[in-house]
Design a binder for this molecule. Sequence first.
Ligand SMILES: C[S@@+](CC[C@H](N)C(=O)[O-])C[C@H]1O[C@@H](n2cnc3c(N)ncnc32)[C@H](O)[C@@H]1O
Length: 240
Amino acid sequence: MYGTLFSKVYDAFGWNFYPEEFAELLLKWMQENEIRVERMLDIGCGTGVLCHVLQEHGIKVHGMDLSEGMIEVARRNYPEIPFEQGNMITYDTPLRFDLVTSTCDAMNHILDPFDLAEVMHRVHGYLAPGGYFLFDLLKEGETAECDPEDLGEIDGTRLQFQIGRTEEGLVNLKIELFRDEVVVQTEEIRERIYSPELVEQLLRQAGFQQVWCTDQLLRESEHAATWFVIARKSNPVRKL
Ligand SMILES: C[S@@+](CC[C@H](N)C(=O)[O-])C[C@H]1O[C@@H](n2cnc3c(N)ncnc32)[C@H](O)[C@@H]1O
């Protein structure tokens, strides 16, 4: 769970660069594919950066996230955007969206494949007909284990970040806060690596008929270090 440490670090150390880059890519993808988005929802929106950039391009944006800390930062930074605290596994809304996004491996935070299937089912429910669900997914090897790395200081206390693996093969992200060289607070986050094949199967079971998984979102772009998954809800032609 993203508590005070991760939320602070995100805001203070500029970990916002990813949603900014993703927003740019997303806008180009929409342009390249002539996709019109009036209303979108970002699930696992973190500090709300993606919502903010898309709102500046005239899209009605909504964000939701499990972490009170992340939502607090998002509301403080962008008070005009509706952000909700909630769990994407159980989240529902009467609104219908042309686009639902989830970035920076937020979907990898869902550790149980049955819960992941439930998220996809729910997203399919609140997408408008013809709407898109677009998210990124960790590639195996993207989160190699590393030695503790110094992040810098917040309010005179030093922070360290480390990527590890649990015995069950989950990715473990750890932040430690030091005071006088003694660890005074630790926060850990677990992530599961999913194969694109399983994710595609779960999306199809949730009702998505068109599913793509690519590491090259734009026609002319380089292969990215992450997977992009795009699923489209069908748009049945209305019979008279
Ligand atoms: C790595 S952060 C990415 C945040 C943001 N999407 C970005 O690109 O900066 C992952 C986010 O997913 C959120 N998250 C994890 N599990 C969630 C769940 N079950 N429901 C909603 N949000 C969740 C976390 O609280 C965290 O803010």
